[in-house]
Design a protein around this ligand. Structure first.
Ligand SMILES: [Ca+2]
Length: 257
């Protein structure tokens, strides 16, 4: 039976079907801003390319996070280093923690996953982006977090309030925000691990390759809304059903011997 278990594990590894971590960063290992920028380059596409700032003022995981004050547009990015194709059996999950200071309709603090025709930002054209965080474009938005799928021809440029029944309201402090992408363009948005909104993309793309850290926008100069980002985790996660199938497959292989 030990042999069977070992072979099953080998089968699982061979299929690459256990959770594969694409990006994992708590921002705590960087000695200084230069070290942070080496891992997370400044987005060269915003009007005045300006990076987020490594900070110890707030942290979800101590001691560091990255800071975006409300009146300066800042954004960084990291390439996946691979094309990650989501499916129902192995969704793409992108999560991070966002600190917001107070509810305010002028807040624009969010992160995105993107898919380019090439290998990522800087190579090829942007085909789609999925965002979660805060925006000022929706009526009544200050009460909630928001999610977005662009550019699929959706209303409100693809932004929705994440206000499904039971969704956590936007409050001051840290919140865990998550994007889950499945087959057929099903995009689920999570706030504090609670499903808070869903968008079905009418024109889904095949794969994603880039994480954008920060919105690259200001949060209204008249009432600046500063924010912090921490604990980014991008994974390709097999659903329990697909894991079970692989285990059965592995056992079947063992039995045949
Ligand atoms: Ca941290």
């Amino acid at each position: 039976m030990k042999k069977a278990l070992a072979l099953t594990l080998v089968t699982l590894f061979a299929a690459g079907s256990y959770a594969a971590i694409v990006i994992q960063d708590n921002f705590d290992s960087y000695a200084d801003q230069a070290a942070f920028l080496a891992a997370w380059p400044t987005d060269p596409t915003i009007a005045v390319p300006t990076p987020l700032a490594l900070s110890t003022d707030q942290a979800h995981s101590a001691p560091q996070s990255v800071f975006q004050e409300g009146n300066v547009a800042r954004r960084n990015y990291r390439l996946f280093g691979q094309e990650v194709a989501p499916s129902d059996l192995q969704p793409l999950m992108a999560e991070f923690w966002l600190y917001v200071p107070a509810t305010n309709s002028n807040s624009r603090l969010y992160c995105e996953i993107r898919g380019y025709s090439g290998t990522g930002l800087g190579d090829g054209s942007l085909q789609e982006l999925i965002a979660i965080g805060t925006t000022n474009v929706l009526t009544g938005g200050a009460a909630w977090f928001q999610g977005r799928v662009a550019f699929a021809g959706l209303a409100n440029s693809g932004w929705i309030n994440l206000n499904l029944p039971g969704a956590p309201a936007r409050t001051a402090g840290w919140h865990k925000l998550g994007i889950e992408v499945k087959d057929a363009g099903v995009v689920n948005f999570y706030v504090n691990d609670i499903l808070s909104g869903t968008i079905t993309d009418p024109t889904p793309i095949a794969s994603y390759d880039t994480f954008m850290l920060g919105s690259g926008l200001t949060s209204n100069p008249t009432a600046p809304q500063s924010g912090y980002y921490d604990d980014v985790l991008v994974q390709s996660i097999p659903e329990p059903a697909s894991l079970a199938l692989l285990v059965l497959g592995g056992l079947a292989l063992v039995r045949r011997r």
